[in-house]
Design a protein around this ligand. Structure first.
Ligand code: NAD
Length: 476
């Protein structure tokens, strides 16, 4: 990343100074020390970026699919060249361990791009309807994109790439906690030849820069990922100008372990699945629902697995987990761990406070609660830290009922050796993704939630369609 770009925004194909200066230090969560200084944008910066995107839309919307495919291919080439740089920046700003950042975080940038390239081939922009009319899909217009810090490039790729692919122009406002990966992403797009004004980047805080984008009358669509609270704010702000809004919000995903599962493997997957990325994944399997007959066995395996989780410096290679992103998140997680204790859940592993030897950095003790009741706060609220709640159930119906008893509906996991049961239960779970026996969702599959987990789907063909308007043309 070019250091001189840190305090600048990318607007109309150039790196420009903010209208009014306003600094924010980017903190390395492992050291609690600043690693960069960025600028916080105002409504005036957002206005300039939206104006540029609006001007660029006129010509970009008329480019051919073949032109845009070439552009995506160029982005893939440049991204691959700058891949290591991306992995290092994500590790620095988020505290993601460098090996994991290399293997997973940065890999989302290539994985989703390949998923969209494949889906784009299948996208039908013009269709003849049986009634004689013609259906035409057209780019929705100028898109406001707001992304979180937990999988920074994953979210940027899931929004910027479909917008570019279908002919939309956009203004990205990434999380103020992880702006460095976004700056590098903008450099990659510039180098790949994205035309002037087609993509713009303004850093800043949600309630100021984010709200200015959501309210802007010249923005046609908002695509948001983050907390349900902020998603509701974006929806309200967008309502005045009747924008299309897509939301990818939180989750409290159930992981149902039936007695006929491969129990050892299932428990290990479930525990490590929650601790991965220090628990900061919206689809983490945070409620482990366990059939009563295997409950004691599961607790033993979970204890051994939980205690084996290594914690370490994100700069060091290895399979350890790092800190959580910020002091605010650390405090939120601590208050929920304390709520679990106060509400009567039993600590199996971890608990409140920092791990031994980690006084500096926002490190959380990987924690497992058991005998959790689904009404407790630790079973209902998204903790966004390495905290697992284990809940027993008596039979299939009760498992489904507890699984669905949540305001969220992002993902659901189930573990069973019975294929018919897997099919039956998957059909009854109110969630956007169901992962059976440890199989993860592939790049190109739709990702999104039921209920308060969101609106719309990201990735692949469905992710492209969300950025399109539909026109029906009738002729005599
Ligand atoms: P957040 O929702 O506040 O931040 C996400 C993005 O939204 C950031 O870019 C932020 O600047 C922006 N934002 C915040 N308020 C806004 C507003 N009023 N208008 C427009 N944009 C706004 O997330 P957070 O406070 O950093 O995290 C809190 C909780 O959110 C976490 O504990 C977790 O539960 C949840 N979360 C979920 C996801 C996810 O992927 N679903 C990601 C991050 C956080």
């Amino acid at each position: 990343m070019n250091m001189s770009n840190q305090r600048r925004f990318y607007i109309d194909g150039e790196w420009v100074d903010p209208v009014e200066p306003g600094d924010l230090e980017v903190i390395n969560p492992a050291t609690e020390k600043p690693v960069a200084t960025i600028s916080l944008g105002s409504a005036a910066d957002i206005n300039l970026a939206v104006d540029a995107a609006r001007r660029a839309f006129e010509s970009y919307a008329t480019t051919t699919p073949a032109d845009r495919l070439d552009l995506l291919q160029n982005i893939l080439t440049i991204y691959k060249r700058r891949y290591d740089e991306m992995a290092e920046l994500i590790s620095l700003e988020l505290g993601a361990p460098i090996s994991m950042s290399q293997r997973s975080q940065a890999a989302c940038g290539t994985g989703h791009l390949e998923g969209f390239l494949a889906a784009f081939e299948k996208l039908e922009l013009r269709q003849q309807l049986e009634n004689g009319d013609t259906l035409i899909r057209e780019p929705v217009g100028v898109c406001g994109l707001i992304t979180p810090w937990n999988w920074p490039v994953n979210q940027i790729a899931l929004k910027v790439l479909p917008a570019l692919a279908v002919g939309c122009t956009s203004v990205l406002k990434p999380s103020e906690l992880t702006p460095l990966s976004a700056i590098l992403y903008a450099e990659i797009l510039h180098e790949a030849g994205v035309p002037q004004g087609v993509f713009n980047l303004v850093n800043g805080e949600g309630p100021i820069a984010g709200a200015a984008l959501s309210r802007h009358p010249d923005v046609n669509m908002m695509s948001f990922t983050g907390s349900t609270r902020a998603g509701v704010a974006v929806t309200r702000d967008a309502a005045e100008t009747v924008k299309k809004v897509t939301l990818e919000l939180g989750g409290k995903s159930p992981n149902i372990l039936f007695a006929d599962a491969d129990v050892e493997k299932a428990v290990k997957r479930g525990v490590f699945g929650v601790f991965y990325n220090s628990g900061q994944s919206c689809n983490a399997p945070t409620r482990m629902l366990v059939e009563r007959s295997i409950y004691q066995n599961v607790l033993q395996i979970a204890k051994k697995t939980g205690e084996s989780q290594q914690i370490g410096d994100p700069a060091e290679p290895g399979r350890h987990i790092g800190p959580v992103v910020s002091e605010l998140q650390f405090d939120r997680i601590q208050s929920l761990i304390n709520a679990g204790v106060d509400e009567g859940a039993t600590v199996l592993v971890g608990g409140p406070g920092k791990p031994n030897g980690f006084d500096t950095g926002y490190y959380v003790r990987p924690t497992i609660f058991y005998d959790v009741n689904n009404d407790m706060r630790i079973a209902r609220e998204e903790i966004f830290g390495p905290v697992l709640s284990i809940i027993p159930f008596e039979n299939e119906d009760e498992a489904i009922s507890i699984a669905n008893d949540t305001p969220y509906g992002l993902a659901a996991y189930l573990e069973t050796g019975d294929d018919e049961k897997a099919e039956r239960v998957a059909g009854k779970l109110r969630a956007g993704q169901v992962y059976i026996n440890g199989t993860e969702c592939a790049y190109g599959s739709p990702f999104g939630g039921y209920k308060t987990s969101g609106l719309g789907r990201e990735g692949g063909l469905f992710g492209l369609e969300d950025f399109l308007e539909i026109k029906a043309v009738s002729r005599p």
